[in-house]
Write a protein that binds this ligand. Structure first.
Ligand SMILES: C[S@@+](CC[C@H](N)C(=O)[O-])C[C@H]1O[C@@H](n2cnc3c(N)ncnc32)[C@H](O)[C@@H]1O
Length: 159
């Protein structure tokens, strides 16, 4: 990252100012983050494997449907999407980190899992009557602006 961009990124934002995607989309940073996502012992970027297993168990118990169409917003490298696909659900993952989506697509191919991945901003996603379950896991909702949260919830609810 060049110094001009860096100085812009580290500037303290105004309260409720729209954040920058650089943490997730910068090539260098996202490569390091991918390593952290994939470390099952570190509770950062993705949760530990123990927490992930418990979350999936909770979702399945709560949803009680053996085959669901699931949309995973901010799917990262596809840790949850893969587990849901292995359990027989139809899964779509969306993330704007090119590195994470490339990794996720490769893994799906290697593991012979039928998962649809899209590299895009989930705030620009429109869908209707497609999914039984929409998930957004690991604090992402908290960083959104109020109007973004509203639109995201409305889209998921009206789906
Ligand atoms: C904290 S990580 C969680 C990843 C995954 N849900 C997990 O728990 O393993 C947040 C993810 O959301 C993605 N993300 C954040 N904002 C996004 C947006 N507006 N559109 C698409 N992806 C986004 C990031 O690239 C990152 O992969």
């Amino acid at each position: 990252m060049n110094i001009k961009k860096l100085s812009k990124v580290i500037k303290q934002p105004e309260i409720y100012e729209k954040g920058d995607s650089v943490m997730w989309t910068d090539n260098h940073i996202s490569k390091k983050l991918l390593e952290i996502h994939l470390n099952p012992e570190i509770d950062a970027a993705s949760r530990t494997s123990r927490s992930i297993d418990k979350t999936i168990e909770f979702i399945e118990k709560y949803c009680k449907k053996s085959t669901m169409n699931i949309l995973d917003l901010g799917c990262g490298p596809g840790i949850y999407t893969e587990q849901f696909a292995k359990k027989g659900h139809n899964v779509t993952g969306v993330d704007f980190s090119e590195n994470s989506i490339t990794y996720a697509k490769n893994q799906a191919e290697v593991k012979n899992l039928d998962i649809d991945y899209f590299c895009m901003d989930y705030l620009e996603l429109n869908y209707e009557n497609q999914f039984d379950l929409v998930i957004l896991i690991y604090t992402d909702f908290g960083v959104l602006l109020p109007n973004e949260r509203k639109r995201l919830l409305e889209t998921a609810h009206n789906n």
